[in-house]
Design a protein around this ligand. Structure first.
Ligand code: CO8
Length: 263
């Protein structure tokens, strides 16, 4: 299936299980204007409502950019505390929609991932960068700060010291440096191809376990270790009650490949 919208496309593979969402705004290096953000939110909802889709890759069209940030010509129109705050909240909502999808998500960073573009990649579970990709949060160079979740998600991902280095210097890092600081998980010649391979590895596993493992990590980040461990035990219990757990263990003991049904 291939759905084409104005600034995005959604492609679903023949098994219906892997979706690729591509941001397509070639004359602005896929920068996120209001319309693109709104479309991104709608397509995220479509993905969330499609029970067949088991994993999502987010990428940018062309070879130069994943997403070069929020649209600076729109940002330049903002005036006053209220308008700025409202725009940040609206963008955060879109990123939150992606971060809360119950399926594994991968950002295939095929070029520049700057500002809101890096914040979009940070809303995904796993990041794969192409060798030529450049990542950064240049907002302070524009008199802003990362407002689509970047100050929070980056610090949680790579620690406050590294996050503040990137945020305060506004410098861009290349894929290899991003890998060394844990900002991306993989570097490859072709980010989309590698992302598909990573998705294939993920999709061999039990779907309910994937979803609950993601939720346990996400909820644990928002709470104390003690409560996080309780969440983990709850989710573990839920896994044990699935057919997939019976199938996974039986397959191991029977020395055969497991066939999971997501039940
Ligand atoms: N917004 C709008 N247009 C853009 C953007 C952008 N973020 N990035 C690139 N473009 C446009 C350029 O203006 C240019 O258009 P035109 O051809 O009409 O002149 C076209 O895309 C191609 O770009 P360049 O000619 O600049 O290409 P280069 O290869 O010379 O440079 C760069 C590539 C280095 C990526 C350069 O385009 C650049 O620096 N872009 C801006 C990057 C940036 O600063 N991004 C962060 C934006 S701020 C942000 O994301 C805030 C998010 C949180 C907001 C919170 C809400 C309040």
């Amino acid at each position: 299936m291939f759905e084409e919208y104005e600034f995005t496309t959604l492609q679903i593979d023949q098994h219906g299980s892997l979706a690729v969402l591509t941001i397509h705004r070639p004359n602005a290096l896929n920068a996120l204007n209001g319309e693109t953000l709104a479309e991104l939110a709608q397509v995220t909802d479509i993905v969330a409502e499609n029970a067949e889709i088991a994993a999502l890759i987010v990428t940018g069209s062309g070879e130069k950019a994943f997403v070069a940030g929020a649209d600076i010509s729109e940002l330049a129109q903002l005036e006053g505390v209220f308008a700025g705050r409202e725009m940040a909240l609206a963008g955060q909502d879109v990123m939150h929609g992606i971060a809360s999808l119950p399926i594994p998500t991968i950002a295939a960073i095929n070029g520049y991932a700057l500002g809101g573009g890096l914040e979009l990649a940070l809303a995904c579970d796993i990041r794969v960068a192409s060798r030529g990709a450049r990542l950064g949060l240049p907002e302070v160079s524009l008199g802003l700060l990362p407002g689509f979740g970047g100050t929070q998600r980056l610090a949680r991902l790579i620690g406050s010291g590294r996050a503040l280095d990137l945020i305060l210097t506004a410098r861009q890092v290349q894929a290899e440096e991003a890998l060394s600081m844990g900002l991306v998980n993989y570097v490859a010649d072709n980010a989309l191809e590698r992302s598909r391979e990573v998705a294939e590895m993920i999709l061999k596993n039990a779907p309910i376990a994937l979803s609950l493992a993601k939720e346990a990590v996400r909820r644990g980040l928002d709470t104390t270790l003690e409560l996080g461990l309780e969440v983990e035990a709850d989710m573990f219990g839920m896994c044990v009650a699935t057919q997939d757990f019976k199938e996974g263990t039986a397959a191991f003991l029977g020395k055969r490949k497991a066939s999971f049904k997501g039940e």
